[in-house]
Design a protein around this ligand. Structure first.
Ligand code: SF4
Length: 631
């Protein structure tokens, strides 16, 4: 079946706009494609899965991540922009990853941009080629055009959003853009949208290589739905499961790592939490913000009320990786929020910077790096000014150190030499989300494998979600034993995947609450008019995982890389505190072997077995299955 029919012969399910915009940046041509026929949509739905399927069909095996032949596919899902449920906000972008050169790159974002892409008439965008000069794409009420972006090139993400909204003359227009890091192809450059939202994992570098500064969307269309009463009911039930964020926590908490009681300090060499880490947070003026029709209120802004940077306004989403990013460099208090705002404005993925800068600071401490290679900066732990300047250098690839920070911690550590490669934290050249995951078995497994890709999903849970107990009877799992964690992670990857490919935000997926998953599947069915069971939803998530591995397989990734190509520091025993001595390493590679086996893939190659492909309706990829391979 052809992917994009000239004339659809099957009805368009509810929730879809029916069109994908294809942009050839080399020639400047723009073309509408019809969305695939219903059998393809049922299989891949949207988000990462549909985008990966399109990418697998179109991307040459010879493509390089930052060459014009790389392709970016951005897809929403049927839930995106529906207006009746929380969490209907997602857009996922896929491409060949500049971090690994072999695996699927994937960034996803919430906020308003994806809703407005659909309001402008499109479910997704395919970007091919590379423009000879900076441009931005403007899509307004179904009409798309490429416009000159010379006067916006060089701007940070905040000014780019503001100036482009002015330029198009619509205050309601939504902007997805890159900052200086993307323009200079920092390998971990992000996409930024709606001030508080970022799609990490290199999409910004790929847009920079294509000289595409931004995509501005505006429109007034709304996606359809098939059963309003059921949708309203499912949306209400979904809303009941949500835990709302709270201002007090932004003023008193250390971020995500506090949940298990450890932070990254001094390049992952201490896990201490001290009141100094959050000094001044209590004086900040914090405001929580919604995403489109979502009351979980993850995004938040603050005006700093204390310290050297008092008066600075900062914009974040939930997650808090950017806190640990600067804690890891010895910085504490409101200077952390100031630097986090700066890194977001430059558009660099925070863990990539932190793990690279951490190696540089440690090398300075141990005498392997001097001012001759730091542009004169003193890399002393806690030096806020030096970190601020390093951020600028990394975004623009300035100097020896700036250029290597833009490459990544692995490349920087190798260039420093000596013992430095032992101090790097990375997975296959990319970096884990910036939290001290090492005491957490499921989360560590997630960060290591990511189905071979570069942006993990899942992480497991000690007990199955209540909505899955009709089929899952295991647990509770122990934090000190690997038993059961491989399957727990496989399962969680499946339900995280299905939420995303439906167009839902996984921050809104309260999987450990009753109705946390059922309400999402019911909302999806009410919108599309389909009748997916929970098992079918999980199968759709599984299919997306398998596509990710097929993509890597085609380009030389093997599952052994997941445990062999890891920065040694990430697998070291915890240095201190309540988890001292703990490491997942004693259970590797067996735990990774088990993960691949349980999900229908070969434990050494990561290739799906032929019967896995058959079961999932992915027979067209049989040449990449384990049985068919020569490996
Ligand atoms: S869960 Fe949070 S990030 Fe996701 S859509 Fe809702 S408010 Fe936005």
């Amino acid at each position: 079946m052809i992917t994009f029919p000239l004339q659809r012969t099957t009805p368009l399910p509810g929730g879809y706009m029916g069109k994908i915009l294809r942009v050839n940046l080399t020639t400047g041509s723009l073309r509408d494609e019809n969305l695939p026929e219903e059998p393809i949509l049922r299989k891949f739905i949207g988000g990462q899965a549909l985008a990966s399927y399109i990418l697998l069909k179109e991307l040459s095996l010879e493509a390089t991540p930052l060459g014009p032949e790389n392709i970016v596919v951005m897809m929403t899902g049927p839930l995106t922009g529906n207006g009746f449920t929380p969490g209907g906000t997602k857009m996922t972008a896929v491409y060949l990853s500049p971090l690994t050169n072999t695996t699927l790159g994937r960034g996803a974002t919430s906020g308003y941009w994806a809703t407005y892409l659909k309001a402008a008439g499109y479910d997704g965008i395919i970007l091919t080629g590379a423009s000879p000069k900076p441009v931005y794409l403007y899509i307004n009420e179904g009409k798309a055009e490429l416009r000159d972006a010379a006067s916006f090139w060089g701007l940070g993400t905040r000014a780019t959003e503001d100036r482009l909204r002015e330029a198009v003359g619509h205050r309601e227009a939504k902007v997805l853009c890159i900052g200086p890091a993307g323009e200079n192809m920092n390998r971990a450059a992000m996409l930024a949208n709606d001030y508080n939202h970022f799609a990490a994992h290199s999409g910004g570098a790929v847009l920079g290589s294509k000289k595409l500064k931004a995509i501005v969307v505006h429109g007034t269309k709304r996606p359809s739905f098939r059963d309003k009463a059921k949708l309203v009911d499912a949306g209400w039930r979904w809303r009941q499961t949500l835990e709302q964020h709270d201002v007090k926590k932004k003023k008193t908490k250390y971020g995500h790592g506090e949940a298990w009681g450890v932070l990254n300090n001094l390049n992952w060499r201490s896990t201490e939490l001290s009141p100094a880490h959050i000094h001044g947070f209590g004086d900040n003026d914090v405001v929580l913000r919604p995403c489109f029709q979502c009351a979980r209120l993850c995004p938040w802004d603050a005006k700093l009320g204390e310290g050297e940077f008092k008066g600075t306004v900062v914009h974040f989403n939930a997650g808090g990786e950017w806190l640990d990013t600067f804690f890891n460099l010895g910085i504490k208090g409101n200077a952390v929020l100031y630097l986090a705002e700066k890194i977001n404005n430059l558009g660099i993925e925070c863990s990539h910077f932190s793990c690279g800068a951490g190696v540089a600071f440690e090398a300075w401490e141990k005498g392997l790096l001097g001012p001759d290679r730091t542009n004169g900066l003193k890399l002393e732990w806690g030096n806020v000014e030096a970190v601020g300047k390093l951020l600028e250098m990394a975004a623009r690839r300035e100097g020896w150190l700036g250029n290597l920070l833009a490459e990544g911690p692995k490349q920087l550590a190798e260039a420093i030499g000596g013992d430095a490669p032992k101090w790097a934290v990375h997975t296959k050249g990319g970096t884990p989300a910036m939290h001290e995951w090492r005491p957490m078995l499921g989360q560590m497994l997630r960060e290591l494998v990511a189905s071979g890709g570069m942006k993990p999903q899942g992480g497991g849970s000690t007990k199955p979600p209540p909505d899955l107990r009709y089929r899952e009877t295991w647990g509770p799992l122990s934090a000190d034993s690997p038993d059961g964690w491989a399957w727990s992670h496989v399962l969680s990857e499946q339900y995280r995947q299905f939420t995303g490919i439906f167009g839902g935000c996984w921050f809104a997926q309260m999987n450990q609450k009753p109705d946390g998953l059922n309400s999402i599947v019911d909302a999806f069915n009410a919108i599309t008019g389909w009748n997916f069971t929970m098992d079918q939803a999980l199968e759709a998530g599984h299919r997306s995982m398998i596509l990710q591995s097929v993509f890597g397989t085609q380009r030389g990734w093997i599952a052994d890389f997941d445990w062999q190509d890891v920065g040694p520091r990430f697998l070291e025993p915890i240095p201190d505190g309540k988890y001292k001595g703990f490491t997942i390493a004693k259970w590797l590679p067996d735990l990774i072997f088990e993960y691949y086996r349980l999900s229908g893939r070969h434990e050494r190659t990561g290739r799906p077995f032929k019967n896995t492909l058959d079961q999932l309706g992915l027979e067209e990829f049989t040449p990449w299955s384990q049985e068919a391979s020569q490996l």
